[in-house]
Design a protein around this ligand. Structure first.
Ligand code: FAD
Ligand code: NAD
Length: 476
């Protein structure tokens, strides 16, 4: 039932920054009756990132992998306040968050402060560019819905422009050269989806470009997907070869212009050569960088001075050097990879922790009350003392919260042509598998991880639609 949010002065203000994997998993499991829960995020929906690469080609429609935050908070025990805004500064001294409404429509109130007693920072990360010139200006990233939409549009724009009357052969070659930088799972999955789109749809609709469409994946390290086992790396590389995706390893991009990528390749003899490649579409997927609001918070906490990749947290996810700030996911450094799996387990851990903290505080105040009764009414001390003892026992049990422990369920990635790779931990063993069956496993696993039944149904319908009718090649 929808309830009006009225901050209860007897409860603590628990402010959660973000509506991604960490924040939403916390909100889902949190008993919101214990706190005044306030969520601040510029994005009023949760995004199921594992299927974002499929959105770039229309295998899955973008709205199928979004879930409005309001539909998530609506079902909570007590009302949760949501502000669509970006936290611009965290002041741990005054315990306030500064936030801005950065949306297109602004009211007269668009900048204000929100006080907190407890704060959870789950703002994720931004795209790493390593300050490489031209990247921000000319490439597409792949992190948010808007990025996937931009890529989808640009793929078709390049294809249609390449077929423009009188286009020179060099220009056709450039426009149809799709370059992906970064051979992590984002780059690999996108390259696979893109080649699928071409092989399964574009080629049929526009046969004249059949032999000109080309996908190149550039990776600075000696191989792609470094987090997977050697066998699966080899399988991915050979599948890409079959799919005609060119992989350039030991090649680092150094400069980007509006039409070219300049990369430095290291040969087997250690010799470096520079190659300039014309491109039509450039997708930049070189991993994460720390968001400014997190950097600023780190600069205010002396204990964070040596941390580079985000907020260093302890085993209870408390930000080192603070007492009432916690962090989860890609903005936290807890010794795990920046994945959805880690972020959601961290969020669920914090929900358990906060639920327990509220319970133990309630018992402590009961003990306090009983103790004062004991002092006032010495009449029946035995009974009260037994009650206190029972409460203390319960309290010890509750307070015995084990530190956060991450359980790795495995890594999976789609690699195109209906094949996937998976390193899965199962029944205490590790399985490395790749191929068509793994692809079905990948599909069913991702489907089961989708946020809601609504999302699941929409994704299945999208898969069926794109299989039956082909992906939509209209440029929106
Ligand atoms: P996010 O999910 O990024 O959420 C951050 C939230 O904070 C967002 O709501 C954002 O709007 C909000 N925010 C940003 N700035 C502010 C601010 N200043 N104030 C308030 N709010 C703010 N991981 C896997 O385990 N498996 C996969 O298959 C997988 N596939 C992926 C595919 C792609 C294309 C990408 C990009 C990532 C993928 N990941 C996957 C990684 C996974 O998405 C991240 O690790 C995960 O999203 C991290 O969760 P988070 O809560 O830390 O951040
Ligand atoms: P990543 O950090 O995993 O990979 C980025 C790659 O880019 C690295 O291999 C790096 O060597 C390369 N690189 C950096 N600079 C370069 C340059 N100038 N030229 C060429 N290559 C360069 O990034 P990601 O793939 O975006 O993944 C981010 C996180 O999200 C990871 O933790 C990943 O596991 C997770 N993720 C998981 C999945 C999945 O499980 N299927 C999918 C996407 C993302």
């Amino acid at each position: 039932p929808e309830e009006q949010f009225e901050p209860d002065p007897s409860k603590k203000n628990l402010v959660i920054l973000g509506t991604g994997w960490g924040a939403v998993s916390l909100i889902k499991k949190l008993d919101t009756e214990n706190y005044n829960v306030i969520v601040i995020s510029p994005r009023n929906y949760f995004l199921f990132t594992p299927l974002l690469p499929s959105c770039t080609t229309g295998t899955v429609e973008h709205r199928s992998i979004m879930e409005p935050i309001r539909s998530i908070t609506r079902h909570k025990q007590a009302a949760v306040k949501y502000y669509e805004a970006e936290a611009t500064k965290i002041d741990p001294e005054r315990k306030v968050i500064m936030m801005d409404d950065n949306s297109d429509v602004k009211g007269t109130a668009n900048k204000t402060e929100v006080p907190y007693d407890m704060l959870v920072v789950s703002v994720g990360a931004e795209n790493a560019t390593f300050g490489i010139p031209g990247v921000k200006e000319h490439s597409c990233f792949l992190k948010e819905i808007g990025d996937a939409q931009q890529i989808r549009k640009k793929i078709m724009d390049c294809v249609e422009t390449a077929t423009f009357k009188g286009q020179s052969p060099e220009e056709v070659e450039r426009l149809l050269h799709m370059v992906v930088v970064g051979g992590g799972p984002t780059g690999v999955e996108f390259a696979g989806e893109l080649q699928d789109f071409f092989d399964q749809d574009i080629k049929k609709w526009i046969p004249e470009i059949s032999d000109k469409f080309k996908v190149t994946l550039i990776e600075a390290l000696p191989n792609v997907l470094p987090m997977f086992s050697k066998q699966l790396i080899d399988y991915t590389e050979s599948t890409f070869k079959e799919e005609k995706i060119t992989i350039m390893t030991k090649t680092a991009v150094k400069k980007v212009t509006d039409k070219t990528v300049e990369a430095e390749a290291t040969g087997p003899d250690g010799k470096k050569t520079v190659e300039v490649m014309p491109y039509g579409l450039l997708v930049w997927a070189t991993g994460n960088a720390v968001r400014p609001v997190v950097k600023d918070l780190m600069s205010q906490i002396p204990a964070q001075k040596d941390s580079r990749r985000g907020l260093a947290v302890n085993e209870y996810l408390v930000v080192q050097g603070t007492k009432d700030i916690w962090a989860t996911g890609d903005c936290a450094v807890a010794g795990y990879a920046p994945t959805a799996q880690v972020a959601s387990q961290e969020g669920a851990f914090l929900a358990r922790l906060f639920n327990t903290m509220a319970k133990s505080e309630a018992i402590e105040s009961q003990i306090h009350e009983l103790s004062s009764t004991l002092n006032l009414k010495p009449g029946n001390p035995g009974e009260i003392a037994t009650a206190i003892e029972a409460h203390e026992k319960q309290l010890r049990r509750i307070k015995d919260i084990k530190p956060f422990h991450y359980t790795h369920q495995g890594s999976m990635a789609y690699i195109g042509s209906e094949r996937a790779v998976a390193d899965v931990s199962w029944l205490n063993g590790n399985f490395a598998t790749g191929g068509g069956l793994t692809y079905l496993f990948w599909r069913s696993a991702y489907l089961s991880m989708c946020f809601s039944t609504r999302n699941r149904v929409l994704v299945v319908v999208d898969w069926l639609k794109s299989k039956a009718f082909g992906r939509d090649v209209s440029r929106e």
